[in-house]
Design a protein around this ligand. Structure first.
Ligand code: CTP
Length: 888
């Protein structure tokens, strides 16, 4: 026979656990040892028969061969059943109290860190699909509710909540539960509560407030636990110790803690007692109240960990700014880093503090271009990284400037500001409101399979498995995630690793037989794999290292610290969130998990998916364009590509970045790349119009104006190029973006174009085409537009030396069917035409090699193009005549 028992002074968790265990051990008897808490006794006076519990007086132990202990494993607390332990019967334990030295050694010991023991047993009942009666479910619910303070104690877990809902589904009755839990305080209880309130002393230990109260045993009431709970609520107490003194130096200690800073179980285990982190008790004998208090304070000093130090909460990104920084840029830096203020340094030493308030005032008075040093306060206090949080709190209270430079020696290592402090004291209460966190719910694995080619998908899974094996986490980030949600094909595999990307790259290169290019300085690498032969547009290509293999970029999650605005960032390795927060727009700051257990899960900290759905381009933070001004072009590019709108605040930030001429600080090549990217979009005309609206074009050249003429020209370029691309005479692809650029440069002089080309470091071949357009296009267009007949050889001579881009520009700009027809003739019949004779034929006619060879061959070719010679024989005849002429 099995006997299920629990601890003396049983509460509802103990009773509920007995009832629950009976469902798991149906051939058992239940024993309630000693006395019970008052509410339990009251309940049992009505339901004893139904629950069928025996008292110690009624219980016989001789036929018991297995003991099941619930809600305790301490032999000293189980009354007569301790005898069974001594006898060596099989013991099973179910308990949510942490294991301690001296616990019964059980054959089966089930422990889970949850709010109540009933929760553990309910989970097992649910799993085995055992049905409960309404009464059983109600007693068990009483257990969870009482032990978790109606699910409010910090020991409460999601599992407790789940089990409450399971018990409701089994018919538990909440009104019965509340009638036993929300009990009126008795008259004696009330007088003790008043005493407790008056006697409670508060001490601060390591910045944490601890309350302590001594009472005489004669004041003890059986519901002291409930009274302590009330006291804590009334007096807003988080940690409470009640010392109950009896004659003869006996002191009982009961403790409660509602905060993670102190585990009272650990404290009272040093007094021979125990419990769990939120509630514990101990009995001491012969030590005396004075020594107990002394020991308790010593233990608390060692057990209450200083919650945090300056080094834990300081912001480490941008730590200080130069006294010569401009006010505008300083404000952007503060806003971006979410700081109220920042130390100002000169020659490496802190010389003052600049606050957001000070900067705003300066800007309001139109001093945005002034230096920060004129607006900083020179009275400040520095702290060391090891200053405890509670000291910082006091300093904050006493100091009007809520910003402290954290220094080690003379070096600034971080900044503490009011917001950071408030956040660490009050947690999320002062945090920025969370953006919808969809990362748990949205899994894009299916969408990935639908959009990505099978071998790219296999590659993604392989990367995930490799990350698992190396204990890293891997994510696809950036444009691919955005495009995947939009259903657009994009094979730009940008991978971020929380772990060393180069090591990951090396391992993958080995497995995939891929080439690897390592950029050690940035902690990044590029794999060029032949495992899948796609280029980024999704077309199959051959494999050639460094050229057209399938590229995968791997980077370690990093945080970029911009030492000065618009500078290339310094890289610090960090977490995925840091890596995403440094990016340009919310729609580009999402990630897809590749690890096995979460493959395809969307990580969207910043509402990127919501902004995609709303069609909004929104920066991640206010200093985004200051950090990287080229983003003003990117904003336009994405807005026009997807038909989205730049959100109004982001647009203001763009205008501000343009106003304060941030572009002067950017490497011109980066502007060039963004401009080219815009001109490569499907309909660049709209994007250019938008750039013009935002006054972005003047950074290319002040003379570039976007007017209706350019719109017309861009449209003509578009249709000319479409016609060319769709024609049978299309010989090679043309770079349309270059033709659009010719249009933008149409009003500029040769010298202007030449200086733009060198300033923005355009490639030689591009520069040549752009300059040739300036030099030759108008002349050529005029000749081609001639009203009189133009022979094929003339057309050939005009157009053959020109690039296709220049020819198509001429055609577009002419708006003339005649020019278009002549150009078409050129492409169809004349371009690349060759004669059927060569130098050897000329030599055989007696003319030694000389520059005239070319003249002769050209003349024969022109005659051929004009239809004057049709066969090789005729060509030879003409050649002979020409040779004779030259030899004369
Ligand atoms: N990025 C950024 N700031 C920039 C450039 C890039 O934050 N100035 C980040 C964005 O997260 C972006 C990612 O780097 O998504 C990859 O950049 P890139 O390949 O240039 O752009 P995509 O977003 O992939 O866009 P596209 O489809 O035009 O390639």
């Amino acid at each position: 026979m099995d006997l299920i028992t629990t601890h003396v002074n049983a509460d509802f968790d103990a009773l509920g656990s007995l009832v629950a265990a009976k469902k798991l051990y149906p051939q058992s008897r239940l024993l309630l040892p000693g006395s019970q808490e008052e509410a339990v006794r009251e309940f049992l006076s009505l339901a004893r028969e139904l629950v069928a519990v025996e008292s110690e007086r009624e219980c016989r132990l001789d036929d018991i061969d297995r003991l099941v202990l619930v809600d305790t494993k301490q032999k000293a607390r189980i009354g007569i059943a301790a005898e069974l332990v001594d006898r060596g019967v099989e013991v099973h334990v179910y308990d949510h109290h942490p294991r301690m030295k001296g616990d019964v050694v059980a054959d089966k010991d089930v422990y889970e860190e949850v709010g109540a023991t009933v929760t553990i047993l309910s989970g097992m009942i649910k799993k085995r699909k055992i049905k409960l009666s309404y009464l059983e479910a109600t007693i068990m619910l009483l257990g969870i509710y009482e032990e978790t303070g109606s699910l409010t104690y910090r020991s409460t877990t999601k599992f407790d909540v789940d089990m409450v809902s399971f018990l409701f589904s089994q018919g538990a009755n909440l009104s019965v539960v509340s009638s036993y839990l929300n009990r009126e305080v008795s008259r004696e209880g009330l007088s003790l509560l008043t005493k407790l309130i008056n006697l409670t002393e508060r001490v601060e230990i390591n910045g944490v407030s601890v309350s302590l109260v001594e009472i005489d045993a004669e004041n003890y009431v059986s519901d002291l636990g409930a009274l302590m709970q009330k006291l804590m609520e009334l007096e807003n107490i988080n940690i409470l110790f009640v010392l109950i003194k009896s004659p003869g130096g006996k002191v009982d200690i009961i403790a409660r803690s509602r905060v993670p800073a102190l585990d009272v179980n650990k404290v009272l285990s040093l007094f021979g007692g125990g419990g769990h982190p939120g509630a514990a008790s101990a009995k001491t004998r012969g030590i005396g109240i004075v020594s107990i208090r002394q020991k308790l304070f010593n233990v608390l000093k060692s057990k209450i960990k200083v919650a945090k130090y300056a080094k834990d909460i300081m912001s480490k990104g941008v730590k200080a700014m130069s006294a010569n920084e401009k006010v505008f840029a300083a404000r952007a830096t503060l806003t971006k880093n979410n700081l109220d203020g920042m130390p100002v340094t000169q020659k490496g030493r802190v010389v003052g503090i600049i606050t957001l308030n000070g900067l705003n005032k300066a800007i309001k008075r139109s001093f945005g271009h002034s230096r920060v040093k004129g607006y900083m306060t020179r009275e400040f206090v520095t702290v060391s990284p090891d200053t405890p949080l509670h000291i910082l709190q006091k300093m904050l209270f006493e100091n009007p400037v809520g910003v402290f430079p954290v220094t080690r020696g003379k070096k600034v290592v971080g900044v503490i500001n009011r917001t950071a402090l408030l956040r660490s004291v009050h947690g999320t209460l002062f945090a920025k409101p969370p953006v919808i966190d969809r990362n748990v719910t949205l899994n894009l694995a299916k969408k990935m399979s639908a959009v990505l080619p099978a071998d790219v998908m296999a590659l993604a899974r392989k990367i995930g498995r490799k990350a698992n094996s190396l204990n890293y986490t891997a994510f696809i980030v950036g444009g691919l995630v955005r495009d995947l949600i939009l259903g657009v094909k994009n094979l730009d595999l940008d991978i971020v690793i929380e772990g060393p990307a180069i090591k990951m790259g090396e391992e993958l290169a080995k497995d995939l037989g891929a080439a690897l290019i390592i950029h050690r300085r940035f902690g990044t690498c590029t794999l060029i794999t032949k495992a899948t032969g796609y280029n980024l547009r999704g077309n199959r290509v051959g494999y050639r290292v460094g050229c057209s293999g399938f590229k995968i970029d791997l980077a370690t999650a990093r945080r970029e610290v911009y030492e000065r605005p618009a500078a290339l960032p310094t890289v610090e390795f960090s977490s995925l969130k840091d890596d995403l927060v440094r990016r340009d727009f919310t729609i580009n700051a999402m990630a897809l998990s590749l690890n096995k257990e979460s493959f395809g899960r969307l990580i969207d900290f910043f509402g990127g998916e919501r902004d995609l759905a709303r069609g909004v381009i929104k920066v991640m933070h206010d200093a985004s364009f200051i950090d990287d001004p080229t983003r003003v072009f990117r904003a336009v590019r994405f807005e026009q590509r997807f038909g989205f709108t730049i959100d109004p605040h982001t647009e203001d930030l763009i205008k501000n970045a343009i106003k304060i001429e941030m572009f002067d600080k950017v490497e011109p090549q980066r502007i060039r790349d963004e401009l080219i990217a815009i001109l490569k979009e499907d309909d660049p005309c709209r994007a250019v119009r938008r750039m013009s609206e935002l006054d972005e074009l003047r950074f290319l050249h002040p003379k570039i104006k976007f007017d209706s003429r350019i719109v017309k020209l861009c449209r003509a370029i578009n249709s000319t190029c479409d016609r060319y691309d769709g024609s049978i005479f299309r010989k090679r692809s043309v770079e349309r973006w270059l033709i659009y650029l010719m249009a933008l440069f149409d009003r500029l002089s040769y010298n202007d174009v030449s200086s733009i080309c060198s300033r923005f470091a355009l490639r030689r071949s591009e520069t040549i085409r752009l300059l040739s357009c300036k030099e030759d296009a108008d002349k050529a267009a005029k000749a081609l537009a001639s009203a009189s007949a133009v022979s094929p050889s003339i057309i050939y001579r005009i157009l053959e030396p020109l690039s296709f881009e220049v020819i198509l520009f001429i055609t577009s700009k002419a708006f003339s069917p005649k020019v278009a027809a002549r150009v078409e003739d050129f492409f169809r019949k004349l371009n690349g035409a060759r004669v059927n004779i060569n130098g050897a034929d000329i030599a055989s006619m007696g003319l030694s090699p000389c520059p005239e060879y070319k003249t002769i061959l050209d003349k024969v070719l022109y005659a051929k193009l004009d239809g004057k010679v049709k066969t090789r024989k005729a060509e030879l005849e003409l050649t002979r005549k020409l040779v004779k002429k030259f030899m004369r």
